[in-house]
Design a protein around this ligand. Sequence first.
Ligand code: NAP
Length: 261
Amino acid sequence: MHNSAFQALSLPYLYTMYDIEPDGLSKAVQDLKTLGFLGYNVTIPHKQAIIPYLDAVDENARTIGAVNTVVILNNRATGYNTDALAILRALEPFKGRFAGKPALVLGAGGAARAAVFALHTFLNVSDITIAARSKEKGSLMTADFKIKNARIVNFVQEEINSSVSRCSLIVNTTPIGMHPLVDASPLSDDAPLKARHMVFDLIYRPLETKLLRHANAAGATVVGGLEVLIQQGAAAFEMWTGKKMPMGVVRKVLEEKLKVE
Ligand code: NAP
């Protein structure tokens, strides 16, 4: 994504990957500054662990409890969370369909924290139901974000189905349905999906999950994870280069790549 964008804008940068062991994280944060990097992305298992080693952390990233993008400026490394921003950008065009109405979030992991933060802080849903295997994780999240109008339900089909009936927006943040287990879905076949629903699946591999096919067949509005993948990258790209990412170029490259994989 980033290298295609650098090439399209003739920018003299390169995006590459390094495996960093957990006990090498502190040194890596220093070395990346010394070596003159503009910034970097951070992924599992370092998204939370990196926070104490950074020179500064954006307030939203601190509240979410995870950093996925770091910007290096004047030898200072500052951490951000562009996942929440990406979810906001992906859902905002559809806000009229779910603002003021209840939302259901499936899962309570890292992506769920970004989604719940975006829904609560920016997207004006009336209340949030979190369906989680670990109700403790759900409760911790709503306490961290100081959300009053939230409830946590068990991740069992009966409770999920009754939440689907109540809610207008459904957000899947679990990996259920992700490649290679593409025949799985977080909703059962008898889930009461209707045309009034908006269904958002964070999974981008496959581009159309079983959940999205089910929602499409019910006439619901659907958004897939590719949009979040692009938007989180675009937000990071803008922070590093000060330029807009060429979205058309990047979307085409990713669609091709994800189709063949
Ligand atoms: P994570 O931190 O491991 O969280 C996954 C959550 O799903 C956890 O709450 C986990 O429950 C729950 N879960 C997993 N399997 C389940 C099952 N069989 N039944 C019920 N709950 C289950 O992972 P993550 O970083 O949030 O990522 C989750 C998904 O979002 C992945 O598919 C990832 O690719 C996708 N994602 C996409 C983007 C994008 O750019 N489109 C960005 C971020 C993430 P426990 O807590 O009980 O383990």
